[in-house]
Write a protein that binds this ligand. Structure first.
Ligand code: ATP
Ligand code: MG
Ligand code: MG
Ligand code: MG
Length: 464
């Protein structure tokens, strides 16, 4: 059975290609979709197809899609299974096969290709989706105690308040089947990990919230590559798989530490560095540059977090280009663009790291002074000064505060930000007024010229 990340990816794509799916290359992390900042799922490039706005590329498709989820930043290194950057393997049906076939193939792949034992699997279905429950039980033969009904929050997918939507069904791996089939709690992540999510797009929801069956029903799925690697490599978390661990080793080498010998805090720092190094390398590869806006800010935030966690581990020199090189080396076979864009990636990493290091030390000093005063909270002005003068993303200050058991006055931060906006506006207004003054003068001079005729030309008083 497949073991390495590359083998798992290939096995998934082969399985579905053999079943008539067109293999599609991963789309860019920058989506062709104004409603989301980054590609967050394998289905995103196909959203216009699902919404009926574009013709389908084929009746069935399969892909391994690069994704970034910033909503999982806080989870990185804390849970065993969440990343910012990860790869989502998917099989899709555009008005072609539906629920029963999707469920059967997902099971065949999990047990046949990946060799997982049914004793280690649990599935979830949407509370009201009796059809899916019956397929798992009667067609696949899953023990009914291992078919868990879940609420809308977890098991119903919609692309928005109106439009196509439908129930989901997920497959979880059970690390401790010896605990039995009673009282299964899928939220218990010391026992279960979700790895495959099947969406059955079968309704259209109108403005009144009424569901009508779709004529063309679709299948959208996602299987986390790093999660399957964790399971098949029998390691305790995604970070220790071959998809990320080499980066942890690189960072540990730079810091002169040993991952296995570190406490949880140190290991988390290495995990953050490993995770974010992949993310920032891929973001720059796809054309993002660091800034204070949108995607640029996400890149900046991730990158500065890498630098800070490096310092926590004792790395006191610039090291992002080393992490960038290692990330390219690790991912270049699957993503050859990384090699083509190598120079751009390394230059951006070096530039942004240097920019941050210039002020980081002074910012850290300021922060140390603030903390030395033993406040109950970091004030909005302090957080804003760190942001504005020293380049600390607000979330970074929040994170440091949290480590000290403190909070940040977010309302105060917003107020300070707004005050600065007003100052900037006021400055812009005064520039306008100055310009207006010049325009008034010119107009007056022109009027005078017109009035005085040729005489004025001999005495040009025009300020321009
Ligand atoms: P979870 O409940 O664990 O946060 P999810 O339900 O948010 O996962 P989906 O949106 O269903 O995830 O995405 C499909 C699949 O992609 C998941 O089953 C999982 O294998 C993988 N996946 C989702 N989020 C992440 C992440 N942050 N890091 C790594 N893999 C992920
Ligand atoms: Mg999630
Ligand atoms: Mg989930
Ligand atoms: Mg899910």
């Amino acid at each position: 059975r497949p073991r390495t990340g590359a083998e798992i990816r290939a096995a998934f794509l082969d399985f579905y290609e053999q079943r008539g799916h067109k293999p599609m290359a991963s789309a860019s992390l920058i989506p062709d979709d104004p409603t989301v900042l980054l590609t967050i799922a394998g289905m995103l490039p196909f959203k216009p197809v699902f919404l009926g706005q574009q013709p389908r590329p084929a009746p069935r498709a399969t892909s391994s899609q690069k994704c970034i989820r910033t909503n999982d930043i806080e989870n990185v290194g804390r849970t065993a299974r969440h990343h910012t950057f990860f790869e989502m393997l998917g099989n899709f049906s555009f008005g072609d096969y539906f629920k029963e076939q999707a469920i059967q193939w997902a099971w065949e792949l999990s047990t046949g290709v990946f060799g997982l034992s049914p004793q280690n699997l649990v599935v979830s279905v949407f509370r009201e989706d009796d059809e899916a429950g019956a397929i798992w039980r009667d067609v696949v033969g899953v023990n009914p105690k291992r078919i868990i009904r879940m609420d809308e929050a977890d098991n119903f997918w919609a692309s928005g308040p109106t439009g196509p939507c439908g129930p989901c069904s997920e497959i979880y791996y059970d690390f401790k089947p010896e605990l039995g089939d009673d009282g299964i709690d899928l939220e218990d992540d010391s026992r279960f990990i979700e790895f495959y999510n099947l969406v059955f797009m079968q309704y259209n929801r109108d403005a009144e919230g009424i569901l009508t069956p779709l004529a063309n029903r679709n299948i959208d799925t996602g299987l986390g590559l790093e999660r399957m690697a964790q399971i098949l490599q029998a390691v305790p978390n995604n970070y220790e798989t071959d998809l990320i661990y080499p980066l942890i080793e690189t960072a540990a080498g730079l810091a002169g530490v040993d991952y296995r010998g570190l406490d949880a805090k140190g290991q988390t720092s290495l995990k953050v560095i490993g995770d974010h190094s992949r993310a920032i390398t891929q973001l720059i590869c796809d054309g993002v540059t660091a800034s204070n806006l949108g995607r640029g800010y996400i890149l900046r935030r991730l990158l500065r977090r890498v630098v800070r966690h490096g310092r926590l581990l004792g790395i006191d020199k610039p090291f992002l280009t080393v992490m960038g090189e290692a990330s390219i080396a690790l991912m270049q076979v699957a993503y050859p663009q990384l090699l083509e864009r190598r120079e751009v990636i390394l230059a951006e990493l070096a530039r942004e790291e240097a920019r941050f290091l210039e002020t980081l030390e002074r910012g850290e000093k300021l922060l140390a002074e603030v903390l030395a005063a033993k406040p109950t909270q970091i004030s909005g002005e302090q957080a804003f000064e760190l942001y504005d003068t020293y380049g600390f993303p607000l979330e970074l200050t929040e994170e440091i505060a949290e480590e000290q058991g403190l909070t940040v006055d977010l309302a105060g931060f917003e107020a300070a930000m707004e005050a600065q906006r007003q100052r900037a506006k006021a400055a812009a207004v005064s520039i306008d007024l100055t310009l207006q003054g010049a325009i008034d003068q010119v107009t007056a001079a022109a009027a005078a010229t017109a009035f005085k005729g040729y005489e004025a030309l001999e005495h040009p008083s025009c300020v321009l």
